[in-house]
Design a binder for this molecule. Structure first.
Ligand code: COA
Length: 148
């Protein structure tokens, strides 16, 4: 197993993983196709046999000095073995190599696993954004400065 860039044809596998990881604000297969082919992104996956076990997706925004970490997910059966940490570290390395100075993200206020992973990786918390998700729940802003 290794961290790798997904293939253009991986949208179906990614959507399958997404469905098993999120019951809110899921990325559709069509959106994955867009992210794989057209979006300016950092997209990394963990592949095991014929499945994708985990992914991380970051997006560049026009005229922004920061990269937005849009989503990170590890299959429920593969959690707790360091995959989330490995992908987040690989993502940060990629951001650093591209010369960006800041990473930003949102996560659900009650997402203790993700908040703990961010904290361990040196991310800071910002404001709470009320009703950020489509199910009405609040998000917390997160950010990490990249020091060269
Ligand atoms: C959050 C997520 C990506 C973590 O992936 P993972 O591979 O299990 O994480 P790791 O094994 O690398 O764990 C690293 C750290 O994260 C935290 N963590 C992971 N799972 C946790 C849990 N169930 N409860 C509390 N903290 C947890 C811990 O700080 C852990 O460090 P430790 O092992 O030294 O205690 C995974 O749980 C997931 O995919 N969740 C569903 C999708 C999601 O919510 N994504 C975030 C959207 S922004």
């Amino acid at each position: 197993m290794a961290v790798e860039t997904p293939l253009y044809s991986d949208s179906k596998l990614l959507f399958k993983l997404e469905s098993e990881c999120f019951d809110y604000d899921q990325i559709s297969q069509r959106q994955f196709s867009y992210f794989l082919t057209k979006a300016k992104s950092i997209f990394l996956v963990y592949r095991q046999d014929s499945e994708i076990t985990a992914y991380i997706l970051g997006l560049f925004r026009a005229r922004s000095q920061s990269v937005y970490l849009y989503s990170l997910a590890v299959h429920p059966h593969s959690r707790g073995h360091g995959l989330g940490t490995i992908l987040l570290n690989a993502f940060e390395k990629n951001v650093r190599e591209r010369g960006y100075m800041m990473m930003k993200a949102h996560t659900k206020v009650g997402n203790h696993a993700m908040l703990s992973l961010f904290k361990k990786s040196g991310w800071m918390t910002g404001h709470v954004v009320p009703g950020f998700y489509t199910d009405g729940t609040d998000a917390i802003e997160l950010f990490k400065r990249i020091f060269v």
